[in-house]
Design a protein around this ligand. Sequence first.
Ligand code: ZN
Length: 365
Amino acid sequence: MRLGVAAALVDGVYRTGDVEIDAEGRITAVGVPGRGRGLAVPGLVDLQVNGFAGVDFLTADAEEFTRAGVALARTGVLAYQPTLITSAPEQTIAAIAAAGKARTNGGARILGVHLEGPFLSPERPGTHPVELLREPDVALARRLLAAGPVTEVTLAPELPGALDVVAECMRSGVLVSCGHSDATAAQAHAAFDRGARLVTHLFDAMRPFTHRDPGIVGAALTRGEVLLGLIADPSHLAQETIRLAFQAAPGRVVLVTDALAACGQPDGHYRLGEVEFDVAGGVARRTDGTLVGSTITLVEAVRHACHAAGVAVEQAFNAATRTPARLFPGKDIGLLRPGDRADVVVLDDELSARTVLQNGVPLDA
Ligand code: ZN
């Protein structure tokens, strides 16, 4: 089967020509001559999704995970990390276990759980309930990691004991991301030196960058091995800030949505764990005005990065496919090359998803 596209993003590089897929759902050829339309990109990868289509992952059962995963796949996201905001340990443990039991069933693949908390700074809580934040504690970290398939932990590296939790995560093969943090550059470097490889929503909920006090932002931008999560929606970051990140850290930006249960739903009143919030005009805020997360889809974030912030199409899509996939070697995600699984999104000229294929099979629109 041929996709009928004019070009594809092959191993991160724009290449003209069609794409051929075999009956086993594998890509067999790229750059095939023909007269197609649109662009094929790999299935998108979102490392930070709190909920989707009315489902909050903190309280979701297996059936709800499936429903959210199917809805996510239709938007072009074919692999993701359900992300849990800070809650009481027992609730977090139950949610991790529920994610472990969830089955894909035609929806986006679950890479593993991203724990955003509870070892976050009360100075930079964002929307996390301050009363539930904890000082880093290796014993609690072990309990959380043992509860199910945890793949990433966001923590504030300056907190006492944080580096011990980083070490525990490294021993368990779990990614560590620095975020919700008031860390200085030196404190961030200490975590990167011990293996932290990500920053959670760069610029948001962290010490601001200044010339004499560059904080996590400055430290991370100067470290070639550190990937930078970025919420590229109009309410979280200015266009220049998005462009700055891409220019300063080529190949290291990872677009994330930080999507909520409200994503793909109408404006109204919603919950994220213990937090209640309202969505108006697509922007989610608590009653005190704090941004809660986003209601943007990942392909919308890519489009915003391209159309509003002027990021090259290739770079913006790599930040939602190939770059996050580097963190999951062997998972056969985020790439479109001969031999790869045909998880593909076909876009029209406006970069809207026209068709989504999983294992070479088109999903229902
Ligand atoms: Zn956050």
